[in-house]
Design a protein around this ligand. Sequence first.
Ligand code: MN
Length: 505
Amino acid sequence: MPEIVYSYQDLETLVKQNYKQPDLELLQRAFELAKRAHRDEYRLTGHPVITHPLAVAYRLAQMKLHLHVIAAGLLHDVVEDTDITLDDLRQQFGDDIATLVDSVTKLKKMKYQGVERYVENMRKMFLAVASDVRVIFMKFADRLHNLQTLYAMPKKKQKRIAEESLEIYAPIAGRLGMNEIKGELEDASFAYLDPKEYEHMRSIVEMKVREKGVFVSHIIHQTEDILSQNAIASASVYGRVKRLYSLHTKLVRYEGDLSKIYDLLAVRIVLQDVEECYTVLGLLHQKWRPVPGRIKDYIAQPKPNGYQSLHTTVFTENGEVVEFQIRTREMHEIAEYGIAAHWRYKEGGNKPSKQLRWIEELVGIQKEIETKKDFLDQLEILKIDVFKDRIFVFTPKGDVIELPEGGTPVDFAYAIHTDIGNKCASVKINGSVANLDTSLKSGDIVDILTDKNRKAPNADWIKFCKTRHARQKIRDATRHTVKGWITHVMQGREKAKKSVKHRST
Ligand code: MN
């Protein structure tokens, strides 16, 4: 990823283009102060230090975030690296900008090394997102530019920064639906962490583009013709190439079988509204036969991070297959910039939106675990499941059990041990007796009371259990009981009824 050096003029031009009536005086003042504060300092790349805050501000302006965020981007390193104080900033730029700079500065101070550093990093990031999500956008922009200029760093530092970006920053960007930034963070880190594999992926992509580029541009032309024949105006149709790290992980999943990767080159169609999306899907399927099982409606059923699009893979005339991704302009912006797209132009009122509740929850749990001094033991659990819709609950001894959202005490019991599940009689949640089908919440302390004379679990529990694991265990344990057998058969009939109904409509 080559470094682009931006001037103040470049930034101002972009701001004029992306904002209505921007406060250019504010922007200029922030730039002048940063430039003065960082004067006579140079980066390892040989460029003056001011090129760094300029690049960060430019990136934030591309994301169309509020102008306060852009100004704070220009000023983000002055408190830490120069003799300008937070009070100076507060006086000259007001509370909002000063607080943003302060939060980013705090995020930078790391006391620890190794695993502890990882934990500290993760915790700080979550705390920052929970208190003001704009801070994380600044942190991403900062990190992206540092990755672009990593070539000038000593080897050891290169590795640490790249690792941190891949393991902490990229997954968080992904969870926030910021796919564009996630992809950039991953590819930039990948190049330093596994240069050989990175080159290998690059050669695969180059080869495919050479091989199929002409074909794809032919498909694009045909698609544009179809759209204009059907009076669908102001659509944009273009080819998109899969990112290298994403290709690498997918290839690992398919054991290196390149023929299974359909979306290396895809055609993207960006449209006005949802209706047009479905219309165009239909038009494409009239022209080209869809590959069975490859139609995905992420509009009706968005991915957990909010991603929306229609995907389909079709056979074209010469037997080649090509994937289409169809979405509205709004979906496109959200797919690229995630929650940042919702955050545009917003000032103040920076509490996280509903989708960010999981982050708040996690922060709470982290505090709790930390006081129990076993945070490190739980690190693996956090690392894996932070990014899914999971809840974290505790045993009376303080062990953390993770469950899917809506998990019940029975799921919890089976997660601890099959015997505890099978002999489970009642439950206390946070000290009070509760029903076994209660939906647990993150942070609950769950105490399962067992009955050692109990022969088998209640077959009805299957109806409210959320984990496959618990359902399977209940099924195994009740297969021999009469009630279990009846429940089993009834469920089979319910399913059959449903599928008949489905077919007749
Ligand atoms: Mn910086």
